[in-house]
Design a protein around this ligand. Structure first.
Ligand SMILES: *[C@@H]1O[C@H](CO)[C@@H](O)[C@H](O)[C@H]1NC(C)=O
Ligand SMILES: *[C@@H]1O[C@H](CO)[C@@H](O)[C@H](O)[C@H]1NC(C)=O
Ligand SMILES: *[C@@H]1O[C@H](CO)[C@@H](O)[C@H](O)[C@H]1NC(C)=O
Ligand SMILES: *[C@@H]1O[C@H](CO)[C@@H](O)[C@H](O)[C@H]1NC(C)=O
Ligand SMILES: *[C@@H]1O[C@H](CO)[C@@H](O)[C@H](O)[C@H]1NC(C)=O
Length: 511
């Protein structure tokens, strides 16, 4: 299975993450001085207070486990050097830490689980010279009849394992190491997307520490405005210390792994578009990871499908159009969500990785042309050491958008009732010296392909935070009225801007 992942190239589109948003400290509408003091002064004040009050939860740069915690990231670009690391074990300690950050005017970053970025962008979940609040010790959970309460230090594999004895699952990440908080706060693509929508649509309640250190709850009945805003609002509102997730009976899943060579690209593109649009009002719950990989040694491209659906129909019927295409390799299995996820590991610090993406409505011919253009463009950076270029297709069927339209809650995306392909470049490489080169290549190509789609009337503005590049403006792709409402809610729950100015990493709403 490790080779699948090589092949997937980290198709992780899985989206987890945080982003760099350096402009967030200007143009304030509330009188405040947050984030105005010297980085080192604020951090040393906060580190001192935390080390005195919570010596067991505190890690300094000279502690033996500092390096392990500071470099526990999937993307090597996230390895930064925080002034200290604080690892709370419960919500009260998270609240206390936030109060300290405000008192000391200390900049901080928040990390959910070790491996996974909430957003695949440097600076989103680690910080140079500030305080890293690492939640990975918060791994308690409680299984209820049709929900599970989970703390933010859990990976989705932990969640699937906890639910496995009950034959149930939650709507979460597609690879083993993705964490609950990042994926859930940014939206979240799952293997059951066509029936249950996004991870955020399946959260019944959030416990959250606000910018003044108050612990509160957001649900359909408690702070319902905040509840809505947390469904896609990412790191703009607070630190979630508990997610109550809906669960669904899922004793068995039917899985397929299929690999195709380059000759099959047009047929593969057609199957992708069929899968995107071929949804019904009562679909069999299903989802996929779809990746094109260019091998810089053989100069050949291959395509892969990981398909999963609820039940035991084998091979999984939702993917029949892929199954019908002759392929290099096909493996079907009926198994459990836990067993399937256990194979989909992502190594830490494997390489530097960068995502970038845009959205289109399905068109197989255009999609094939885009893949061919990408393959040609890869030649321009073929000499980059350790290059691992992949082109990923995340499918957002109309039925996924309908979940939030009919559940009485909604989400900040408010997507139209239409099938979408979120196409994405996921590019891996080895050396820091190539960072700017790879970024400029990916940016130019991504925006070029999007422009062509605009001319063809196929482009949509929506940008998924989990697949975005650091230059992309996530909120510009949402309806202006929704963004306005998100900002108003932020101003109510975080009037001083703790999560805009002291915690500036990740995609921030701005002004
Ligand atoms: C398979 O392809 C046919 C013909 O393009 C299409 O009508 C059908 O909806 C597709 N089925 C699935 C499950 O993708
Ligand atoms: C590329 O192909 C070569 C030769 O078949 C193989 O050894 C290598 O593992 C492939 N690289 C990737 C990233 O799959
Ligand atoms: C690619 O797949 C097609 C169809 O299965 C097959 O005819 C062809 O030989 C394959 N080409 C390579 C290079 O493996
Ligand atoms: C297929 O599923 C069974 C049951 O979970 C599991 O024991 C087996 O390892 C799986 N096979 C593969 C190739 O993953
Ligand atoms: C903390 O902020 C919330 C939201 O703005 C507010 O309702 C609450 O009263 C504040 N708590 C304190 C102790 O100031």
């Amino acid at each position: 299975m490790t080779s699948f992942l090589r092949l997937l190239g980290l198709a992780c589109a899985l989206g987890t993450g945080s982003a760099l948003n350096p402009g967030a400290s200007t143009g304030t509408s509330t009188a405040t001085t947050l984030g105005s003091s010297d980085l080192t002064v604020g951090a040393s004040c906060a580190c001192k207070k935390l080390s005195t009050s919570y010596p067991k939860q505190y890690i300094s740069p000279t502690s033996p486990n500092y390096n392990e915690q500071a470099t526990h990231y999937w993307d090597a670009r996230a390895d930064l050097s925080p002034a200290c690391i604080f690892m709370p074990t419960d919500a009260d300690q998270v609240a206390a830490a936030v109060k300290v950050f405000v008192q000391c005017d200390a900049q901080f970053a928040v990390r959910g689980v070790d491996l996974t970025p909430i957003v695949q962008i440097p600076g989103s979940n680690n910080i140079d010279g500030g305080v890293l609040l690492a939640l990975n010790e918060m791994t308690k959970y409680k299984v209820n009849k049709d929900t599970i309460e989970v703390q933010p230090g859990m990976t989705w594999y932990d969640v699937y394992s906890a639910l496995d004895p009950y034959g149930r699952t939650a709507i979460g990440g597609r690879l083993k190491t993705i964490g609950v908080p990042g994926l859930t706060l940014i939206g979240g693509v799952s293997y059951y997307i066509n029936k249950h929508g996004f991870a955020m649509d399946n959260v019944a309640s959030y416990d959250i520490v606000l910018g003044n250190g108050t612990l509160t709850t957001a649900s359909a009945t408690a702070n319902p405005d905040l509840f809505w805003a947390l469904k896609g609002g990412a790191s703009n509102y607070g630190i979630v210390t508990k997610f109550t997730l809906k669960t669904y009976a899922m004793p068995h899943i039917s899985t397929t792994v299929q690999i195709f060579n380059e000759t099959s690209t047009p047929a593969f593109s057609q199957a992708i578009c069929d899968w995107a649009v071929g949804n019904s009002d009562s679909p069999v719950a299903a989802g996929s990871v779809i990746t094109m990989t260019y091998n810089t040694t053989t100069k050949q491209m291959s395509s892969s499908l990981l398909g999963v659906q609820a039940g035991i129909s084998n091979p999984p019927s939702e993917f029949r159009n892929f199954t019908a295409i002759p392929g290099v390799m096909k493996t079907h299995n009926v198994t459990t969500g836990k067993q399937w996820a256990s194979n989909l590991d992502t190594p830490m610090n494997m390489f530097r990785v960068m995502f970038s993406h845009h959205t289109m409505i399905p068109d197989a011919d255009v999609f094939t042309t885009m893949i061919e253009t990408w393959k040609k463009a890869v030649k321009d950076i073929a000499d980059v050491k350790g290059l691992n270029p992949t082109f990923v297709a995340n499918i957002s069927p109309a039925s996924a958008a309908r979940v939030s339209k009919t559940n009485g809650i909604g989400n900040v995306w408010d997507l139209e009732d239409e099938a979408l392909i979120w196409w994405q470049l996921s590019t891996g490489w080895e050396l820091a010296q190539d960072d700017l080169r790879v970024q400029s290549w990916a940016r130019q190509l991504t925006e070029h392909l999007h422009e062509l789609n605009k001319h063809n009337g196929l482009a949509r503005d929506f940008v998924y935070m989990g697949d975005a590049g650091e230059w992309q403006d996530i909120f510009a792709g949402l309806k202006p009225a929704n963004v306005q409402r998100m900002k108003e809610i932020r101003d109510v729950y975080d009037p001083k801007g703790t999560f805009s100015r002291l915690n500036w990493g990740g995609f921030k709403l701005g002004y």
